[in-house]
Design a protein around this ligand. Structure first.
Ligand code: AMP
Length: 196
């Protein structure tokens, strides 16, 4: 079956792990714009050259570039029946672009999976991880700041999709299997069943 999905989640909630699992279960590609940009930077492509300084500064790559990148990725055959987007859309302009792109194909986003987690618990986890990995740049202040930025930036997007009734808020705390089962149950509740 087709499943056109988006996943959002705060830093440290295991979004990448869950994205991989959902994509495998539904037989759709997991498409991370951050990964695509990083690969272009590593490969030194013209797009990578344009994106590098922007990414290094922690800014958003302009919508014009990002939208074209997503348009061409979604035109690849593996995304014809569905996809899971991670890290896109990030602006309301990107939401509009994606809507128009899908509408041209008579399609639409089926669900937005929103991983939610207690902030203090996430901070504890990330601090532990930073300690284990010797990442001294990750202190409580920077971690909390990243979480604030995440909330500020995703709130308008989640509201836009919430107005359509397609946001599935899923508790993101727990081992990956448990969280994965919650996501599968939430999607099944919307008639989106894996492996069918
Ligand atoms: P991420 O790994 O998703 O945090 O993305 C890493 C970087 O890639 C971001 O900080 C942005 O510079 C850029 N990027 C990824 N996705 C987008 C997007 N949808 N819109 C604009 N910039 C993006």
């Amino acid at each position: 079956m087709s499943a056109r999905l988006i996943i959002v989640g705060p830093p440290g909630a295991g979004k990448g792990t869950q994205a991989g699992r959902i994509a495998a279960a539904y037989g759709v590609p997991a498409i991370s714009t951050g990964d695509i940009f990083r690969k272009n930077v590593a490969d030194g492509t013209p797009l990578g050259k344009q994106a590098k300084a922007i990414m290094d500064a922690g800014d958003y790559v302009p919508d014009s570039l990002t939208n074209e990148l997503v348009k061409s990725r979604l035109a690849e055959p593996d995304a014809a029946e569905g996809f899971l987007l991670d890290g896109y859309p990030r602006t309301l302009g990107q939401v509009d672009f994606l809507d128009a792109l899908l509408a041209d194909q008579g399609a639409a986003i089926d669900a937005v999976i929103q991983l939610v987690a207690d902030q203090d618990e996430l901070v504890r986890r990330l601090l532990k991880r930073a300690q284990e990995q010797g990442r001294t740049d990750d202190n409580e202040q920077t971690i909390r700041r990243r979480q604030e930025v995440y909330i500020e930036q995703t709130a308008p997007l989640v509201s836009a999709y919430d107005a359509r009734g397609i946001v599935l808020a899923v508790d993101g705390l727990g081992d990956p299997d448990t969280v994965g089962d919650r996501i599968a149950a939430a999607l099944a509740g919307r008639g989106l069943t894996a492996g069918v």
